[in-house]
Design a protein around this ligand. Structure first.
Ligand code: 13P
Ligand code: SF4
Length: 369
């Protein structure tokens, strides 16, 4: 390893020489390794991944579909997960012990998942139990660490994704009087409101100050929202909606439920990445759409539906920087390491955490088709 290699490795782990390769060379080497490994290798890609990665994906999907596919795939020895850290952890939890999950770039995290750590969660749980007694069931968005999923599994709760949040919140409200919903306050609020829970019956738990923010009577709180958010989806604003409706009077505004409550209320349709894709696929030619979700997906929809008039709801486009860390050099590096028998960036959740997290995930998967 040269000096440059060492300096680069300190930042990303990626040996410098991968950055010197042409796109053509990386593409042909990745193709060759995929052919060589065949069914030994499985490469799932989240819809927010760049096109340069999606072209190699064996399957593309939203977080629910990729979790289901990881659970089903028993053949592949290596799962090279093109998404973010919590998704690779989920794949490791759901796959069998002899399967190896790799994340091409360890810096591909999720800022929302980082907004709830296990110590904050245990503290919050203790304080909330002190206030409400044994009346709370925890639900966590899959965009959370394996430790949080494990905590939720241990305490009778389940995971949710944006595709099944409604069904899961409905289920949870039949189990206990109130829900603690982690870590995305917006998905929790939008979903509970859709199910008829008024805003006055929702409170927000601030994990920094350990304070429950609540406008209505505390004993009537049914949904406790963790004060976390997605910095990508929070960039879509009411001003964007006003502007696009002015510029495109026939537009339909379609947003992801990680957007704020006001934006979701002012939109025409909201739903998971799968729902966004299906809606556009089924839309008539000539229809106009403003989409509020991650940039790579919006761009792909624009390119694959030239017969429809599609724009990003925020004209500056909103990329998920961590999703975008997975690129050709990192993918090639990960695949080379497999071929060379020295696997890099393996994601391995310890057994105790994984067993409990699996309970939370399976409660969800058993309810999702
Ligand atoms: P879905 O894939 O569940 O729509 O979630 C979007 C997301 O933010 C992934 O991080
Ligand atoms: Fe996390 Fe938001 Fe990026 Fe999804 S889009 S991975 S929630 S930061």
């Amino acid at each position: 390893m040269g000096v440059l290699d060492i300096l680069q490795a300190k930042k990303t782990g990626l040996p410098e020489h991968y950055r010197q390769l042409s796109e053509l060379e990386m593409v042909s080497r990745i193709q060759a390794i995929k052919e060589q490994l065949g069914a030994q290798l499985y490469l799932p890609g989240h819809h927010y991944q760049k096109d340069e990665i999606i072209q190699f994906a064996d399957d593309t999907g939203d977080s629910l579909k990729l979790a289901q596919l990881s659970a089903e795939n028993e053949k592949a020895e290596y799962i090279v997960f093109c998404g973010v850290h919590f998704m690779a952890e989920t794949a490791d939890i759901l796959s069998s012990d002899n399967q190896i999950v790799v994340l091409p770039d360890m810096r591909a995290g999720c800022s929302m998942a980082d907004m709830a750590d296990i110590h904050q969660t245990e503290k919050a749980w203790e304080m909330l139990q002190g206030t409400f007694g044994d009346t709370i069931i925890p639900l966590t968005y899959v965009n959370s660490t394996a430790s949080i999923k494990s905590f939720v599994g241990k305490n009778g709760g389940a995971t949710v994704t944006s595709s099944n949040a409604k069904a899961m919140v409905e289920w949870a409200l039949t189990k206990k009087e109130r829900i603690l919903f982690l870590p995305d306050q917006h998905l929790g609020r939008n979903t509970a409101y859709d199910l008829g829970v008024p805003l006055e019956q929702m409170a927000v738990w601030d994990p920094i100050s350990n304070i429950l923010e609540c406008d209505g009577p505390i004993e009537e709180v049914r949904v406790i929202l963790w004060k976390g958010h997605c910095s990508v989806h929070e960039k879509f604003t009411m001003e964007n909606i006003k502007q696009v409706r002015k510029e495109m009077p026939d537009v339909t505004v379609l947003v992801h439920p990680e957007c704020t409550f006001d934006v979701v209320q002012a939109s025409d349709i909201n739903g998971s990445t799968k729902k966004i894709i299906d809606t556009i696929e089924n839309a008539p030619a000539g229809s106009s759409w403003a989409i509020g979700t991650e940039m790579n997906l919006v761009n792909r929809l624009i390119q694959t539906h030239p017969d429809k008039n599609i724009v990003s709801l925020n004209p500056n486009m909103c990329p998920c920087l961590t999703m975008n860390r997975i690129d050709l050099p990192h993918l090639l590096w990960a695949l080379d390491s497999i071929v060379e028998g020295e696997v890099i960036n393996q994601i391995k959740v310890d057994k105790e955490t994984a067993d409990l997290a699996k309970i939370a995930l399976e409660r969800m998967l058993n309810k999702s088709i």
